[in-house]
Design a protein around this ligand. Structure first.
Ligand code: FO1
Length: 330
């Protein structure tokens, strides 16, 4: 069975562990979000690719959900002592080795696809992990200038800051007026991305952030259309349970694009493939949102309410089994 998943960071990676547990013999391709990627102290950091690689490869910090287990931050502290910004970014000593390999390889002319494959040769995540694009496409967030600059009429100046600054330094607490994927107009899908969607037996949208993770991947030319045209059923898992995101700050992102933080709203945002050019055929929601099943099915999306808390591998495996059964694949 060929399974293709579009994944962001922590939620996506954890769900993928359940997919591998449910279907150990499946060929799984993960199309990773690279909109979060950032240059930090001269190193190229790819948070969502690394989170998938470390989580499935056994190196992830279970406590943080990102970066390495047993990490130290000596270099980060030394850089801070030199007063070098960004001091807010948690650059771990072990993690730096990954960024050094990636940065040196980029300087040698290798593509992010090749580099990701080389890094995964060490970690053996059990999936083929490919970036959504090898080109630059960085999520920036439009906010009121945090330093309070105003225009001549006294209105707050709006500026664009890197997603990581909004996410880490400001904890998404300053309202986002919108998101801009800088470079997306020239970004092409990485080799294998479109084929992985077209040739899959099922395409999964894990419970990643629908705006800045899955939504970012869908902005790369050709990817949303491939979802609309693939013969594979497309099944999503709601990242919102009981009106709140399970993890992270998806509510701040959904609000920025005018969406309510509900499983129904996110389903409607993706839309039904069966009509109106939407992207999904099925949508798993949590039992606490069972009252929304009828409304979601009325959108033309098959829906089932099951426990969506990824408390342990058994729970996550059960979610994956439910997702595959929604696609009539178990
Ligand atoms: N998240 C934080 O909340 N604080 C950090 O200092 C931080 C550092 C960091 C370093 C490498 C990396 O791969 C991820 C890191 N993250 C950190 C998580 C990251 O911001 C998010 O995982 C994604 O970008 C959003 O999904």
């Amino acid at each position: 069975m060929r399974i293709t998943a579009l994944a962001g960071g922590i939620g996506g990676a954890r769900f993928l562990r359940g997919v591998l547990a449910a279907k150990p013999d499946a060929e799984v391709t993960v199309i990773g979000n690279t909109g979060d990627d950032i240059w930090v102290h001269g190193l190229r950091v790819c948070p969502d690719l690394d989170t998938v690689m470390y989580t499935l490869g056994g190196g992830i910090s279970a406590e943080r959900g990102w970066g390495r287990e047993g990490e130290t931050f000596t270099v980060k502290d030394e850089l801070a002592d030199y007063g070098v910004e960004p001091t807010w970014f948690g650059l771990g000593d072990k993690d730096i080795a990954t960024h050094l390999v990636r940065t040196q390889s980029m300087q040698a002319g290798f593509t992010l696809t090749d580099i990701t494959a080389a890094l995964c040769a060490r970690w053996q995540p059990g999936v083929r992990l490919i970036p959504m694009t090898d080109d630059r496409a960085e999520t920036n967030v439009i906010v009121d200038d945090p330093d309070g600059a105003a225009d001549t009429a006294g209105r707050p100046m709006q500026i664009a800051i890197h997603f990581q600054e909004w996410w880490i330094k400001y904890r998404a607490h300053i309202p986002a007026h919108g998101f801009v994927l800088v470079g997306v107009d020239k970004a092409r899908p990485a080799p294998g991305v479109i084929e992985a969607i077209e040739q899959a037996d099922v395409v999964l949208l894990p419970p990643s952030n629908p705006v800045v993770s899955i939504g970012t991947i869908l902005q790369v030319s050709g990817i949303a259309d491939a979802l609309r045209s693939t013969n594979a059923p497309v099944i999503g898992v709601s990242p919102v349970v009981g009106g709140a995101p399970v993890r992270g700050m998806a509510d701040a992102c959904l609000k920025a694009i005018g969406l309510e933080t509900t499983a129904l709203a996110v389903a409607g945002h993706y839309g039904a493939r069966s009509h109106g050019g939407g992207l999904i055929d099925g949508w798993l929601i949590d039992t606490t949102d069972a009252a929304s099943v009828t409304a979601i099915e009325s959108l033309g999306i098959r829906c089932r309410a099951v426990p969506l808390m990824m408390t342990d591998l058994d729970a996550t495996r059960a979610m994956a089994v439910h997702a595959l059964s929604l696609a009539d694949l178990t």
